[in-house]
Design a binder for this molecule. Sequence first.
Ligand code: FAD
Ligand code: DHB
Length: 397
Amino acid sequence: MTSSSRAQVGIVGAGPAGLLLSHLLALRGIDSIVVENRSRAYCEARQRAGLLEAGTVELLRAVGLGGRMDAEGLEHGGIYLQFAGERHHLDFRDLTGGRWVTIYAQTEIVKDLIEARLAAGARVEFEVSDTGVTDLDADQPVLGFTDAAGTRHEVTCDAIAGCDGFHGICRDFLPPGLIRVAERGYPYSWLGILATVPPSTDELIYSRHEDGFALHTMRTPQVSRLYLQVPADEDLARWPDDRIWDELRRRLSVPGWELKDGPITEKAISPMRSFVASPMRYRRLFLAGDAAHIVPPTGAKGLNLAIADVTLLAAALTSLLREASPELADAYSDSCLRRVWRATHFSWWMTSMLHTDPHPDPFGTELQLSQLRYVVGSRAAATTLAENYTGYFPLRW
Ligand code: FAD
Ligand code: DHB
């Protein structure tokens, strides 16, 4: 038996993009259903990004989601860039006229969003299967899924948002030949750990070392997060805890500074890729976040881009559905892609400057070191990094 229902907007994926879109639409009086193939516990525990641009923080505050973020988030006014055995500080507030970033984990944003959606009585279906989109060439596309109890549902919608991440299904429902993909692979991955130990630094350390890149970031005053460049397709079994700490200590070392270690509670390897699919819309199916684009994590842009996309999408869907006005919906893909390509360039640039090539040559190495010396030596170059890192495009709600 199939159960039929209606929602103004069908949203696939309960990641940050899908959940925030549902929240923003509700603020404008538009109802939505969110369908997610994982469990709530899985979505809330999935370790991913942690760094929010100033504009992302201001948006979350403006839409009533700032409570715990303001109490628990860690505001940072700069970063350290380390290379050739020396650590240099970049002061973002000074370079950008007061901009900053905040450490607040994606897991916490997702928890805040799920709680807010459920408290508002929203329809969020976890553990669904066989999600699909039909009738895309009509004005009322249909979102189909099977719920956790095994009942098949068909939800007639005015629009559908594919917020289902890079491995989602929505991108493939756009007509063949419409989507143009631009992508770049990288010959390395990141091994990320969470450790129960206070951070050994007040601000993030991005370190280029001849044995590979390392990043020291954090989650709370008691929990550190650290990343190591490892070969692409590396086997996690080759990285017992002692080896990870030894390697982090080597790549992050500077005289007079010590890395504190502690129990590792989470360990994973993530591949790195740049990928942009355009356009991000076909008729009444819209893509947002990782479903349309991914960046290597070095610039900390993935989550911020997902939030920016749905901020534009909520405004576009509001005009389309409430005022029958298609201008913002028609402009959606191009508006997102301007920001996406800036972040794609910045993420590629940070990645290329800081990682060591598996087959290094003196020319490439000297170019990297020259660029790093330029960034820490020239106010103009430092400002370029700072204004991209803290968020170049304003985010309006
Ligand atoms: P997602 O968070 O991927 O959410 C998509 C949701 O859709 C998921 O919950 C998924 O289960 C669901 N879904 C998929 N298919 C279906 C389906 N068929 N039916 C229903 N639901 C479906 N960014 C940074 O800035 N810094 C980092 O350190 C960083 N680390 C990362 C580590 C990993 C392993 C990954 C994968 C990403 C990382 N990112 C990082 C990127 C950042 O986390 C993403 O950009 C962000 O999660 C994008 O949010 P989203 O909502 O678009 O997609
Ligand atoms: C974090 C991850 C990043 O990729 C980055 O550039 C900065 C911070 C993080 O997980 O905190």
